[in-house]
Design a protein around this ligand. Structure first.
Ligand SMILES: NC(=O)c1ccc[n+]([C@@H]2O[C@H](COP(=O)([O-])OP(=O)(O)OC[C@H]3O[C@@H](n4cnc5c(N)ncnc54)[C@H](O)[C@@H]3O)[C@@H](O)[C@H]2O)c1
Length: 260
């Protein structure tokens, strides 16, 4: 590790959904920034692979963000072994489809699917936030950062995703503001990144016909699908000390697909 990196921002950063397309790129950026990264995902094997790629000072952890006991245990174990978590990035997300690949319409959405979407996409953020805030109240850190993931789907009522996903991501946007207000006095900033169409497995799972990616790109003012690097850059900035006066906000990373 180069010496200057440590001065750019040190401490422990927990990234959920860190084995995914966007999450793994965020891990690389935060490791470059000098943070010790905890690569957390439901998929233990892929999380381990990402942590190994980052190097021996980084860790991997497998837990379900929707499981209250598992989240508490993860934070407790992490902090007792490695000290306080300074940065949390909640990138875990779940976009579900019907068995035949169609997006579930509201009229045919089973309660089980709805509940799982809310549990992973929204409740998981609440559980991680609560675990983090309780510990930061007891043991404050300088420049605390909490970053959530919304989606352009929640902002536009998305036509590639499902109502359960859109509703859960809308909840995250509201929760982000509530949390920002509650923890401002602890010096913790809370912001959301709202990706548009980003080239990951999640987006490709919505593409059902050939040429659909090109067609989607043509509808974006900047003329291309976003990359995981585009999204990780926004997270990297929000984590920086320079972003210390930004809280309760949303950074849209969507190539102009949706403008406020
Ligand atoms: N790719 C896009 O176009 C896009 C657009 C808007 C928003 N997003 C959001 O960005 C974030 C990252 O998405 P991505 O494209 O990298 O998706 P991805 O599917 O590549 O990665 C998501 C990761 O979350 C993990 N995960 C799922 N359920 C989990 C759980 N219960 N506990 C812990 N981990 C769990 C998965 O194992 C996976 O590694 C998500 O929150 C997603 O909703 C993505």
């Amino acid at each position: 590790m180069e010496q200057h990196k440590g001065t750019k921002g040190s401490g422990l950063a927990l990234v959920t959904g860190a084995a995914g397309g966007i999450g793994s790129e965020i891990c690389r950026r935060l490791a470059d920034r000098g943070l010790t990264v905890v690569v957390a995902d439901l998929d233990a094997q892929r999380a381990r692979a990402v942590a190994e790629e980052l190097g021996p000072t980084h860790l991997s952890l497998a837990f379900d963000v929707a499981d209250e006991a598992a989240v508490e245990l993860a934070f407790s174990k992490l902090e007792s072994d490695h000290g306080p978590v300074r940065v949390v990035v909640c990138a875990a997300g779940l976009l579900q489809f019907e068995p035949n690949g169609d997006r579930p319409l509201i009229k045919s959405t089973e309660l089980e699917l709805w509940n799982r979407s809310m549990a992973v996409n929204a409740t998981g953020v609440f559980l991680c936030a609560r675990a983090y805030v309780r510990r930061r109240e007891a043991a404050p850190v300088p420049h605390g950062r909490f970053i959530t993931f919304g989606s352009v789907a929640a902002q536009l009522g998305g036509y590639r995703s499902s109502a359960s996903y859109i509703a859960a991501k809308s909840a995250v946007l509201g929760f982000t503001k509530a949390l920002a207000r509650e923890v401002a006095s602890l010096g913790i900033t809370v912001n959301s990144v709202s990706p548009g169409l980003i080239d990951t497995e999640m987006l490709r799972s919505t593409v059902t016909s050939s040429g659909a990616m090109e067609a989607a790109a043509a509808g974006i003012p900047l003329g291309r699908i976003g990359t995981v690097a585009d999204v990780a850059s926004a997270v990297d900035y929000l984590v920086s000390e320079e972003a210390g006066y930004i809280t309760g906000g949303v950074i849209d990373v969507n190539g102009g697909y949706r403008m406020q």
